[in-house]
Design a binder for this molecule. Structure first.
Ligand SMILES: Nc1ncnc2c1ncn2[C@@H]1O[C@H](COP(=O)(O)OP(=O)(O)OP(=O)(O)O)[C@@H](O)[C@H]1O
Length: 241
C-alpha cells in the first residue's frame, strides 16, 4: 500500500478526507412494491485525496449504483454524499450537473470516446462543455504526453489500441481537475499487461494530483496497486481483508 499526499484542510474541523469523497448512511432503492431492489444498503465510504479505492463484488451487487450516487448521477433515498465538501444530493438536477462538471471525473470501460474526434479534441471537449477553456495548466498535448501518448494527439479512437483509448479516457477525465475520479471496469477490455499499466497509471494520478479515485473492477489481479479494497454484496459495502 502506498503513501498519500493530501492537501491541507481548508476550514477548521475539516479533515483531509473531507476533501475527497464521503458517503454516509446511503440507501438507494430501484423500483417499488414487491419489485423493489435495495441497490445500496446503508453504505459508508470515505476516499481521501490521493487514495485509490477498489470496489469488487458480484454482478448486481450495487457497484454501478454506488458510482452513480457518488457522482451525483442518481440521488440516494437516504444518506449524505459529499465531494470536496459539496453536497451531491441536492434536489436540483441542474445544480448536481454543475457540481459533477466541476468536481467529478468519470472513466468508463471502453474509454467512451467519440469516434470522430482526435485524442487531443477528446480532451478539449470537457473544457468547452464546462466553459473553462482559459484556465491554465490544462494543455491537452501535455496531458496526453503525461499519460504516455505523446505523438498520438491526432489519432482517432479506431487508430488507437484498447489501452491507449483507456489512457485517453483517463486523461480526458483529469482535464477538469476533478476532486473525485469514478472509474468503472477500466481493464475489462485489456490484456494482463495493459491492465496493470492502466491501474498503475490511476494510482500514480491519484497521488500526483491528490484525486480521490474509486475504481469498480472484477479484476483481482490489479488490486495490488490499490490503497483500499472494498467488497460489495447485496448493496452492502465491507472492507475487504
Ligand atoms: N434502473 C434500475 N431499475 C431497477 N433496478 C435496477 C436499476 N439499475 C440497477 N438495478 C438493480 O440494482 C441492483 C444493483 O445494480 P448495479 O448495476 O448497481 O450492480 P453492479 O454491481 O454494478 O452489477 P454489474 O457488476 O453486473 O455491473 C441490481 O439488482 C440491478 O438489477
Amino acid at each position: 500500500m502506498s503513501s498519500r499526499t493530501t492537501p491541507s484542510p481548508s476550514a477548521p474541523g475539516t479533515t483531509p478526507a473531507d476533501l475527497g469523497l464521503v458517503m454516509r448512511g446511503v440507501h438507494l432503492r430501484h423500483g417499488d412494491g414487491a419489485e423493489t431492489v435495495h441497490a445500496l444498503d446503508d453504505v459508508d465510504l470515505t476516499v481521501a485525496p490521493g487514495e485509490l479505492a477498489a470496489i469488487v463484488g458480484p454482478s448486481g451487487a450495487g457497484k454501478s449504483s454506488l458510482l452513480a450516487v457518488a457522482g451525483g448521477l442518481a440521488r440516494p433515498d437516504e444518506g449524505t454524499v459529499t465531494v470536496a465538501g459539496h453536497d451531491m444530493t441536492v434536489s436540483s438536477r441542474r445544480a448536481r450537473t454543475e457540481l459533477r462538471r466541476r468536481h467529478v471525473g468519470f472513466v468508463f470501460q471502453s474509454g467512451n470516446l467519440l469516434p470522430a474526434l482526435t485524442a487531443a479534441d477528446q480532451l478539449r471537449l470537457p473544457l468547452r462543455l464546462g466553459g473553462r477553456r482559459d484556465r491554465s495548466g490544462r494543455d491537452p498535448l501535455q496531458m496526453l504526453a503525461h499519460v504516455g501518448l505523446a505523438g498520438k494527439a491526432d489519432r482517432r479512437p479506431h487508430q488507437l489500441s484498447g489501452g491507449e483509448r483507456q489512457r485517453v479516457g483517463i486523461a480526458r477525465a483529469l482535464m477538469t481537475e476533478p476532486s473525485v475520479l469514478l472509474v468503472d471496469e477500466p481493464t475489462a477490455a485489456l490484456d494482463r499487461a495493459r491492465s496493470h499499466d492502466i491501474v498503475q497509471l490511476l494510482a500514480q494520478e491519484a497521488r500526483e494530483r491528490s484525486v480521490a479515485v474509486v475504481m469498480v473492477t472484477h479484476d483481482h489481479d490489479v488490486l495490488q496497486y490499490c490503497d483500499t479494497i472494498y467488497e460489495m454484496i447485496d448493496g452492502k459495502l465491507a472492507t475487504s481483508s
